[in-house]
Write a protein that binds this ligand. Structure first.
Ligand SMILES: Cc1cc2nc3c(=O)[nH]c(=O)nc-3n(C[C@H](O)[C@H](O)[C@H](O)COP(=O)(O)OP(=O)(O)OC[C@H]3O[C@@H](n4cnc5c(N)ncnc54)[C@H](O)[C@@H]3O)c2cc1C
Length: 525
């Protein structure tokens, strides 16, 4: 089912093909495989001898103002892969992909890349054989089959996840989920422990080498030449760039952190930004790890430990599996399923530009303790976990009416694990509710009380999470009511918003709160 050069016109897209059928080694043994910088693991190749094409394109870096550590990570991963493959790889360091492709002799195939833009590019080149996408648990054909299922009205993550668990026999006892329940999220929303410690060791950190030193020197030189510009701090590389490093991080997580993952998954702590998260998203998104293999290794590790009398909490194991085979695959498929226009959806009519202090990750300009801390972590590491992304950064933009497409760009550029496919569904859909509720049944808007419950930020903050009016009114609490007031009409039909909207009607000081927040606007809070 590989889409050959002749099928590029009106035939099925690469994502209609099943990767299991697409690439038997005997089909094209000497065809060189072009691996994009997010296709670096062995599962993007047909066998251990396949020749590889790698292209480092300067134009990709120049297109956006990325976090410096994101640029470092991508370049370092690509160069490490080239070094690892040695003579098997043809490695081009050029301005554009086309420059390199024009130089390559012989047949070249490529697994369908991960954005609409790059798919258009490969499909337009008649010299490329475009295969089905890889790097996800479910194929696009499987997702399409599920989505078309009879009587399915909404494409909910929960239904998709259960279907995938059954299909791949993950955490199952025959036809039933292990433990008798599919969803243990209710046990995974604990606030942080009062003593600020969740009791897991520091994550394992990779060591930089001479390739990292070269990358750093190149980035500095290109920046000095004015070819590219970056945001965020330089710093020791925190994320894997080789498969060996990625496996090391996975093993470290399974051994030392998985047990604590569930209960404090949603908590935020000033002194511990990693908590028990896996820090695997950059490695998964660079294609260094196959997500199904990660899930299988997780289940195996939990079963082996249980057999040895070391029982891991099921809510932690299920919670992690849900993230990798549920959420990650779901946002990937929704990116394609909702089409090109998804990125430009703006159901709540949000039009504010991204303010300069946010674009520049200027935590020093911000007084609100939660936002300042999260922005500082992002500046320093290019990473924060999912609750700061959703409930501090995303919640701020949602409340302030910042343009969802501009926020998608901002997230894409500021995070080390940011890629178009993962950003659109998470930002436009999940976080900004700009898709009108295709992904999330209600907007992720919350006042300061939520942040106070789930973190230790509010104690030392100059704002009071209980106050919506006055000098010390929390920008999240006041912003929440101003948001509901502004979007009341659009949200009126959403039954999950009925109670919050009724609450709005009871606020006698609402006009004053709305005016206060209008004046505050998107100035650093
Ligand atoms: C506004 C917003 C923007 C986000 N942007 C990105 C992004 O650019 N890249 C990215 O990989 N994730 C993104 N996420 C999802 C999630 O925040 C990160 O995957 C996670 O924080 C990465 O840290 P971790 O590897 O320690 O994850 P863990 O908490 O340990 O979770 C394990 C894995 O599950 C996967 N995962 C969990 N949730 C999601 C999700 N919603 N979407 C995709 N994968 C998920 C990731 O691969 C992650 O590595 C975003 C979420 C939000 C709300």
């Amino acid at each position: 089912m590989a889409a050959g050069a002749g099928e590029h016109g009106g035939g099925p897209g690469p994502h209609d093909a099943d990767p299991a059928l697409a690439d038997f080694p005997h089909r094209a043994p000497r065809t060189r495989r072009w691996c994009f910088a997010d296709q670096l693991g062995p599962h993007f190749l047909d066998g251990p001898d396949q020749p590889v094409l790698l292209i480092e394109s300067r134009a990709v870096l120049a297109r956006r103002r990325f976090h410096r550590q994101k640029a470092h990570l991508v370049l370092s991963a690509l160069r490490h892969r080239a070094a690892e493959l040695g003579d098997r790889a043809e490695f081009h360091q050029v301005g554009t992909y086309a420059e390199a492709l024009d130089r390559v002799a012989g047949p070249v195939s490529v697994c369908a890349p991960t954005s609409w833009r790059s798919r258009d590019f490969v499909l337009a080149r008649r010299d490329l054989q475009v295969l089905a996408a890889r790097g996800f648990v479910t194929t696009q054909a499987e997702f399409a089959g599920w989505a078309e299922g009879r009587g399915r009205r909404r494409l909910l993550m929960e239904d998709f996840y259960r279907d995938s668990r059954r299909r791949h026999d993950v955490l199952m006892n025959g036809a039933e989920p292990v433990g008798g329940r599919w969803n243990l999220d209710a046990e995974n929303r604990e606030p942080p422990p009062a003593d600020g410690r969740i009791g897991v060791p520091e994550p394992w950190w990779p060591e930089e080498d001479e390739i990292d030193a070269e990358v750093r020197a190149d980035l500095d030189r290109w920046e000095a030449d004015g070819d590219v510009s970056f945001v965020g701090d330089d710093g020791p590389r925190l994320f894997p760039v080789t498969r060996a490093e990625a496996l090391h991080r996975l093993e470290d997580f399974l051994q030392h952190r998985l047990g604590a993952f569930g209960p404090h998954e949603d908590a935020m702590l000033t002194g511990d930004r990693w908590l028990a998260h896996s820090l695997l998203s950059p490695a998964l998104n660079l294609g260094l790890l196959d997500p199904l293999a990660v899930v299988v290794a997780t289940e195996r590790s939990a079963r082996d430990r249980a057999a040895a009398g070391d029982l891991l909490p099921l809510n932690s194991v299920e919670g992690f599996v849900r993230q990798v085979m549920g959420w990650r695959d779901y946002v990937w498929h929704m990116y394609w399923h909702l089409g090109r226009d998804f990125r430009h959806a703006n159901a709540l009519g949000a039009r504010e530009p991204v303010p300069g202090w946010l674009a520049g990750l200027d935590d020093g300009a911000v007084d609100a303790a939660c936002l300042s801390d999260v922005l500082g972590d992002l500046r320093r590491d290019g990473w924060v976990h999912h609750i700061p992304r959703l409930m501090v950064l995303g919640n701020y933009a949602l409340q302030r009416g910042i343009d969802p497409s501009a926020m998608t760009d901002w997230f894409h550029e500021s995070f080390v694990d940011g890629y178009e496919w993962v950003m659109v569904a998470n930002v436009v859909g999940m976080s900004q509710h700009a898709d009108g509720g295709a992904l999330a049944t209600k907007p992720y808007a919350a006042g300061g009380a939520y942040i106070d419950r789930m973190s230790d930020y509010c104690g030392g903050c100059r704002y009071d999470p209980r106050k919506r009016l006055g000098e010390d009114a929390c920008p999240y609490t006041a912003g929440y009511w101003a948001f509901l007031d502004r979007t009341r009409e659009q949200l009126a039909g959403n039954h999950r918003m009925r109670r919050p909207l009724q609450g709005l009607d009871r606020l006698r000081d609402l006009p004053a709160v709305v005016e206060q927040e209008r004046l505050r606007g998107t100035g650093a809070p």
